[in-house]
Design a binder for this molecule. Sequence first.
Ligand code: 4AD
Ligand code: MG
Length: 430
Amino acid sequence: MKTTIAEVKNYVGQEVTIGAWLANKRSSGKIAFLQLRDGSGFIQGVVVKAEVSEEVFKLAKSITQESSLYVTGIVREDSRSPFGYELGVTNIELIHEAHDYPITPKEHGTEFLMDHRHLWLRSKKQHANMKIRNEIIRATYEFFNKQGFIKIDPPILTSSAPEGTTELFHTKYFDEDAFLSQSGQLYMEAAAMAFGKVFSFGPTFRAEKSKTRRHLIEFWMIEPEMAFTSHEESLEIQEQYVSYIVQSVLENCALELKTLGRDISKLENVKPPFPRITYDEAIKFLQEQGFEDIKWGDDFGAPHETAIANSFDKPVFIVNYPKDIKPFYMQPHPERDDVVLCADLIAPEGYGEIIGGSERIHDYELMKSALEKHNLSLDAYGWYLDLCKYGAVPHSGFGLGLERTVAWITGTEHVRETIPFPRLLNRLWP
Ligand code: 4AD
Ligand code: MG
């Protein structure tokens, strides 16, 4: 029976064949232990000299790392392995012999691994990260579909700049200038006025000169947008959504979390409601903690966010930032003209901001003056202004950065290991 490692649990006591690569190998005298991987998982193949032909045993002892094979064997339960099963090998067929695989089981430097990202992806840790990334994406579609959202795909090539004009990637669009999307938000607002509750999932681009463990040049964002929805109602959806993906990963990726050595007690606790503090309170808290440099009106840096996150055991919303440090489209606070109805969601354990969201301006005159104040041309944004002209309604939305969320849930230090092929400052290769 030809099967995959993920499926061997259905064939205990039976003989199966799997296509696999040799991840690692240990052997002594009359026995060889093959660490096999096939993309669906990892399993140990045990080759005993007395149980296989002479050629097969010779092959088992000489196979090189990352050679590809068809391995046949009897599936056995194995309580000592975290996976729970092993293969009592009866036959091995060599497909392709790999020579001098660069990533050996010893330690390698990060730059070396990044240069070999196309191969590094085969490692157990990267495999676990990508499986968890996939589970978050799966749970995202499930959550929003269950809640009656429909998925809408905003364009990647755009003529608008929702998050400010300084971090745009320019390109030519025949004779016109175009940008790579920083956020699909404005299009999602138009979609919300057509479909009520919508969400997007796609790549976004920021020409940020930031070289930190939280910044990618190309990252993937989930952007829900909801008509007839207040800021507070949006926060409730956000805490339900984030809890849903964390609980889904706990339920469906237990083996991967174990592989990564993640402390899951911290994740089990992630359930609504999440604490909320105002920007004003956050500034006061930081000043009391001894951050002397920070004053009202400043944006938070990573150390500030970490200090705030460390005083909570769940993600925390910081609400109502000063309007001067936020984008043009945010709805002003009803009682104060210096802050807006927005929130950033800060992940626990120092992983930083994972969500930025707000209620949006829907008053025509207010939007017009917000665009003018930010020097955004009424020509380019005419279509967006139409949303305030024809049946405008209160609406809110947010954007969750997938890679920062994967970093947090997997416990990965740097976002470069949370996306298959990271685009970083000074790195467009491989
Ligand atoms: O806070 P941001 O800039 O918000 C927006 O783009 C809104 N238009 C979203 C919306 O309301 N529809 O970005 C949202 C999230 C951040 O909280 C962060 O998780 C992630 O996107 N993010 C990045 N992730 C990796 N690398 C970067 N350079 C990122 N910039 C933002
Ligand atoms: Mg933000």
